[in-house]
Write a protein that binds this ligand. Structure first.
Ligand SMILES: [Zn+2]
Length: 282
């Protein structure tokens, strides 16, 4: 949803809100090349945090080419990447626009110039781009939606694919064992978040700038991380002692090295019924 607000800044440059942000944070550029700046407002900080997302999801739809620099802008398609990746960027690259690659009669590409500037693959990609009327403006579109407009749904799917292709989400773990358990979906999701250590424990809230004491609110002895909360806090141990799983789980608590290892062991070596019962108790 935040990405959508940032997308509006880019797609409606004359809007009042964009003009206000532009005056303060990017007087000579746009949202995509703005820096966070000194003493930024809370709203700007949050909007700015989506800059990386927008840089990945935006590409140009070529009109007359007058506003698109040849280098550094996403207008040539290479698989999922639209950036021109030619290594020899001239010093005046920002002044060199895509319209300079179009023939004088504006009906086609300047083959000779393109041949002299780019490798064969890039050359072919450019020659395959259809040139619109000289009166048609260049436009930024959202590459993850066939219609070109930003939607939360297309962004979620597109960015997920992007992260997977970059290897950012390939955290190894017995994830399939969680999804195969016969327990409510919200419990499966909870176990997944617990193993990723992204539950709102006090230390995690502190990382997000929320001021809390970091000690456990129940025993006030130790740091309230996930291991303490669910396994080593005296009140958690009392819970496990009262369950059917007490002998197995207390042995594991004494021998395991952290939440991830303990739950991984249970998901891989316990029966699905016992793992489901363990999950429901959590
Ligand atoms: Zn405690």
């Amino acid at each position: 949803m935040l990405g959508k607000q940032a997308w509006r800044l880019l797609s409606n440059p004359n809007s009042l809100i964009n003009r206000i942000y532009q005056a303060k944070y990017y007087p000579k550029g746009n949202f995509l090349n703005a820096s966070l700046g000194h003493n930024p407002s809370y709203t700007w900080k949050i909007l700015w945090s989506t800059q990386h997302l927008l840089k990945n999801g935006i590409r140009w739809r070529l009109g007359n080419g007058n506003t698109i620099p040849v280098w550094g802008e996403p207008w040539i398609k290479y698989n999922d990447n639209y950036h021109c990746i030619h290594p020899h960027v001239p010093s005046n690259s920002q002044a060199f626009k895509v319209s300079d690659l179009i023939s004088n009669d504006k009906n086609g590409w300047n083959d000779v110039l393109i041949n002299s500037l780019f490798d064969k693959d890039t050359n072919n990609q450019i020659l395959n781009i259809h040139i619109l009327s000289p009166h048609c403006e260049d436009r930024r579109i959202w590459k993850w939606n066939p219609s070109g407009s930003y939607t939360v749904r297309s962004t979620y799917k597109g960015y997920l694919q992007h992260c997977l292709s970059m290897g950012n989400l390939n955290v190894l773990g017995p994830w399939k064992n969680i999804w195969n358990l016969c327990i409510p979906h919200k419990i499966k999701h909870f176990i997944w978040r617990l193993m990723q250590d992204i539950l709102p424990t006090r230390p995690n809230l502190q990382k997000k700038g929320i001021c809390y004491p970091s000690t456990c609110f129940r025993c006030n002895i130790d740091i309230e991380n996930t291991w303490h909360t669910f396994f080593s806090c005296p009140s958690a141990k009392l819970c496990w002692q009262g369950s059917n799983l007490h002998s197995c789980i207390l042995n594991l608590i004494n021998s395991s090295n952290g939440v991830f290892n303990l739950i991984s062991h249970i998901l891989q070596y316990w029966t699905p019924q016992a793992a489901a019962e363990f999950s429901m108790i959590l």
